[in-house]
Design a binder for this molecule. Structure first.
Ligand SMILES: Nc1ncnc2c1ncn2[C@@H]1O[C@H](COP(=O)(O)OP(=O)(O)O)[C@@H](O)[C@H]1O
Ligand SMILES: [Mg+2]
Length: 237
């Protein structure tokens, strides 16, 4: 299929990102579901197919959220390692601010350059955590993210579906601020992702993340290649 100009199929607003020719894929799910593991494997395997994966300045790299820019990493530090108490809306707006920086400085230019970008979390984490689990409302949290998204939503969002108990048991080391809240939050987050998946069926795929890493990876890569083909990039460059 030839490369083509397109308006993103799942545009969040009317804002035009019409010269976008790249592909945006986000990995989502609760803590310990395997996002970082699968994002790294996906980058490797898509690059092995000859696709232009990751930002041009950092080829083959996963983009993590919050983060991916200097200001975004500083905001990440407040969110994940800052004071335990943070008003829910302050938390939601900090995530939205880090995301706005990432969209402007990295995602839009790299997608315009035709790159295939793999995100370790994106706006759906805000919808599930702040919108649903913290009770701010999925619509309200989406609304504050819209200006910073500039019309951008992923072409494909993979939610790794894992029992929150299993996910939490997988996380090791010192817990970050969110992980430290434990099972109760993670159960609400899992319910939140289920709502998000039903709400955006055209771009969200649930994949059973409780299986062996390689089996999950095969399913993730297959879904990603479908999305790439859909967007019209040529395999093998
Ligand atoms: N399918 C799996 N089965 C068993 N362990 C896994 C699986 N996927 C990831 N892990 C392990 O679980 C831990 C958390 O995985 P990670 O990818 O960091 O999750 P996340 O980024 O979603 O928090 C890591 O130690 C990882 O090696
Ligand atoms: Mg991770």
């Amino acid at each position: 299929m030839p490369e083509r100009e397109r308006v993103p199929r799942h545009a969040a607003t009317e804002t035009s990102v019409s010269e976008q020719t790249g592909v945006l894929i986000s990995l989502e799910g609760g803590d310990g579901c395997g996002k970082s593991t699968q994002a790294a494997l996906l980058c490797e395997r898509l690059a092995a197919c000859g696709l232009p994966v990751g930002p041009s300045s950092d080829q083959g790299a996963v983009i993590r959220e919050p983060g991916g820019t200097a200001a975004g990493e500083a905001i990440r530090d407040v969110l994940l390692h800052g004071p335990q108490t943070l008003a829910p809306w302050a938390e939601a707006l900090l995530y939205a601010a880090a995301r706005a920086e990432l969209v402007e400085r990295v995602l839009l230019p790299e997608l315009r350059a035709g790159r295939v970008l793999i995100l370790d979390r994106f706006v759906d984490s805000s919808l599930a955590y702040q919108g649903f689990a913290r009770g701010l409302g999925i619509d309200a949290v989406l609304a504050v993210n819209q200006p910073g998204l500039r019309g951008l939503l992923p072409d494909l969002t993979i939610v790794l579906d894992v029992d929150p108990l299993v996910g939490l048991a997988r996380t090791g080391g010192a817990p970050d601020r969110i992980e430290a809240e434990g099972l109760d939050l993670q159960q609400r987050v899992a319910a939140g992702f289920a709502v998000v998946a039903r709400r955006f069926p055209e771009r969200v795929r649930l994949i059973d993340g409780s299986r062996d890493i390689d089996i999950v990876a095969a399913a993730v890569v297959a879904a990603a290649l479908e999305a790439v083909a859909d967007v019209g990039l040529r395999l093998g460059g």
